[in-house]
Write a protein that binds this ligand. Structure first.
Ligand code: AMP
Ligand code: MG
Length: 430
């Protein structure tokens, strides 16, 4: 039976590779229009959408880097001197007197260095001989010793944080330093989740004969949260065209719609057909991978939400994930998460692949590249990966022991401990 989208027919001989499919997704995923937001801690990890310029020189004056005495370096050409202390300057105060030959000003870290002085001798190198006389013993200082000159860190008008920067603590601090309390950022996309299937009931229901609980809904909502999207649950659609049509129409109002179930080749796998009927363009349906082969990706070019006139609205990205929970989880990490990250303005979309050595021998035979649930652990010798006990794509419980997927190649292999494999990480990213 051919795919309702026709895409399968065209690709019957050669399925798209995961990398090719990811490329197609990223081609369609464009960052959402930037929005102005208050720079609050909740924006940690968001992406800045403007170049931010400094409104001042930093430091704003020649600044003492140590507690000690501001002096003229020339007075210490032999490293020793007894100088007259003319005033004391603490942080937040400004010096009133210039330092002349034979003079020094007692100064605290962060305070402005007085005119005439060009070096700060640390307090440990000094000795207060009498009330206003300080004796100094240090190596002869260079001009600029322990002084951070005005504008060394940044100059007024200079770009200090560029568009595309990830907002980390140091960006929050820098933006505050240049007087910013708000900035343009890429907003988090709302990501709608629709579970499908006549047999699916919600978690608070005791399943009747032939029924199973909706594990995918809560799982996908949590994945969306982890990926930086705003999870939006649409419930369960039945395997009939009317039910699917109304829920999908609702889902197309979000920038991203994620469905689970109904994309395989069964009689009641109606999702791709309904999507097409509602104007979704299919980009792929089926990918060379296990689990998750039936995965569908399409786009829908209609306005979601209110947008300013003339602004081209990015298409809604539609992902039809297979119903088996592990397939859905893996497909989300490989295709949906990178798309969410791109919508949020990230240049690094992932997925996050690592290399690790196999901990134990593992015989495995597969006809498609396989993402096998595994435990990835750091050992003294480097990263090690160990497949966990697992009973195939319906077995989500097996994943509670896993924190990654080891990628096994096609063929009948006796993989050996110590061999290196690619690993899909789904946790603890930087
Ligand atoms: P489907 O992709 O619709 O053919 O579903 C494949 C398998 O996944 C079937 O055994 C379904 O019962 C199961 N399944 C579908 N949707 C869910 C769901 N939301 N939660 C848990 N299992 C599901
Ligand atoms: Mg189904």
């Amino acid at each position: 039976m051919g795919s309702p989208t026709g895409v399968l027919m065209a690709n019957r001989d050669k399925l798209l590779s995961v990398a090719e499919a990811q490329e197609q997704v990223l081609q369609q995923a464009r960052p959402l229009p930037p929005e102005r937001a208050a720079l609050e801690p909740a924006l940690l990890g968001w992406i800045l959408a403007e170049d931010v310029v400094s409104d001042l020189d930093m430091p704003p004056y020649d600044k003492a880097m140590m507690d000690g005495y501001a002096v003229r370096a020339a007075d210490l050409s032999v490293g020793k001197a007894i100088l007259t202390v003319i005033e004391e300057v603490t942080a937040g105060r400004t010096p009133q007197l210039p330092v002349g030959p034979g003079q020094a000003t007692r100064i605290m870290t962060g305070a402005p260095v007085p005119a005439g002085a060009d070096a700060v001798i640390p307090r440990e190198r000094t000795f207060l001989a009498e009330k206003d006389r300080v004796q100094i013993e240090d190596k002869p200082p260079q001009p600029g010793y322990n002084v951070m000159p005005r504008g060394r860190e940044m100059r007024r008008g200079q770009a200090v944080v560029a568009a595309g920067a990830v907002l980390r603590p140091q960006e929050f601090g820098t933006l505050a330093t240049v007087g910013r309390t708000a900035a343009l950022v890429y907003p988090a996309p709302r990501v709608a989740v629709l579970s499908t299937g006549d047999e699916i009931v919600e978690a608070d229901v005791t399943p009747g004969p032939g029924q199973i609980r909706n594990g995918n809904g809560p799982m996908l909502l949590a994945q969306i949260q982890r990926a930086g999207g705003l999870p939006h649950y649409l419930g369960i659609a039945r395997d009939d065209v009317d039910s699917l049509r109304s829920r999908i129409t609702e889902g197309l109002k979000s920038p991203v719609l994620v469905l689970s179930g109904g994309v395989s080749a069964g009689n009641l796998d109606l999702v791709p057909g309904v999507l097409r009927e509602l104007g979704v363009t299919a980009h792929f349906h089926k990918v060379e991978m296990k689990p998750g082969k039936p995965v569908f990706f399409g786009t829908h070019q209609e306005a979601h939400g209110l947008q300013p006139v003339g602004l081209k609205v990015p298409p809604t990205l539609v992902f039809g994930l297979p119903g088996n929970p592990v397939s859905a989880l893996v497909c989300f990490e490989l295709f949906v998460r990178p798309a969410i990250r791109r919508l949020r303005g990230h240049s690094h979309t992932g997925p996050y692949m690592a290399q690790a050595v196999l901990a134990d021998d593992f015989a495995y035979r597969t006809d498609r590249p396989t993402y096998y649930p595994a435990r990835l652990e750091r050992h003294k010798s480097g990263w090690q990966v160990r497949p966990v006990p697992w009973f195939g794509s319906p077995d989500l419980r097996g994943l509670t022991e896993a924190n990654a997927f080891v990628l096994f190649p096609v063929g009948d292999h006796q993989h050996r401990a110590g061999q290196t494999f690619a690993v899909l990480r789904v946790e603890e990213r930087d």
